[in-house]
Design a protein around this ligand. Structure first.
Ligand code: SAH
Length: 243
């Protein structure tokens, strides 16, 4: 039996936002590998083995998935959103880097990443140039986060923030908001999009002056507008032209 390995994005939560390509891979897989909360989104069925693992073991998880595929299994590593955005696809290539080319097929299957689902729910806050910053300092020093934050704000990008806040580092997001207030002033719009596309979805848009750290948690993606971002009724959008 020929094994294969796919790294698939499950989208932000709603089943309707799983691509047909990802669904087809899930339907033909023998093994699902990934973080517990993401594997929990896969319905069990006969012939399918689920391999949930803890969050911080990405490289081990990638190696285990490679070993399964090498043994002839059809393996899907699942990520939320898109697997190439702060997720498992890079970990897989790190595990492969320098090793002999595997004798089975490897595919990365894109998904709808949190910032795009959030932007659509809010209106069109990413309608002009934007960037994405992961606020987790698990894998990079805080000084680098702060430098990117400042320079992106100075360049007037709209910015999507992933992993804004967690119990293990509650003070980082407060510091990020202070920096943004310094760089962008009090009137800039900032949106908090929680659990987008799930029954728990919650959206809020406020000014930087009104923004508080506890408006975000680990299920929130935060979108800062650029200097032209404005409201249109219940919506938030960024015009396509810059003055
Ligand atoms: N690969 C994922 C991101 C993983 S990092 C993707 O492409 O979306 C995890 C972070 O993604 C969370 O802390 C949160 O900031 C964001 N996120 C993931 N799903 C989300 C959702 N449904 N609603 C809001 N934010 C979400």
């Amino acid at each position: 039996m020929t094994g294969w390995l796919a790294v698939a994005g499950l989208g932000p939560g709603a089943e309707a936002l799983i691509t047909p390509e990802v669904q087809a891979a899930l339907d033909t897989a023998t093994d699902i590998v990934g973080y517990i909360l993401y594997v929990a989104r896969i319905a069990p069925r006969p012939g399918l083995t689920l391999h949930p693992s803890d969050n911080r073991v990405e490289l081990e998880r990638a190696r285990a998935a490679l070993a399964l595929a090498a043994a002839g299994r059809r393996v899907v590593i699942v990520s939320s959103g898109d697997p190439g955005v702060f997720a498992m696809a890079s970990a897989l290539f790190e595990a492969l880097d320098g090793a002999p080319a595997p004798g089975f097929d490897i595919r990365i299957l894109p998904g709808i990443t949190a910032m795009l689902a959030a932007a659509a729910a809010l209106g069109a806050p990413l309608g002009h140039d934007f960037c994405a910053i992961n606020l987790s300092d698990n894998l990079k020093p805080w000084a680098l986060i702060e430098r990117r934050l400042r320079l992106a704000a100075q360049a007037d990008f709209a910015i999507a923030f992933y992993n804004p806040r967690s119990k293990s580092r509650p003070e980082g997001f407060a510091r990020a908001l202070d920096i943004l207030r310094e760089e962008c002033g009090p009137d800039r719009l900032i949106s908090f999009a929680r659990a987008v596309s799930t029954p728990d979805q919650a959206l809020a848009t406020v000014t930087l002056a009104e923004a508080r750290p506890d408006m975000a948690d680990m299920r929130t993606v935060v979108i800062l507008g650029n200097s032209a971002t404005r409201r249109a009724g219940p919506w938030v959008y960024t015009p396509r032209s810059a003055a």
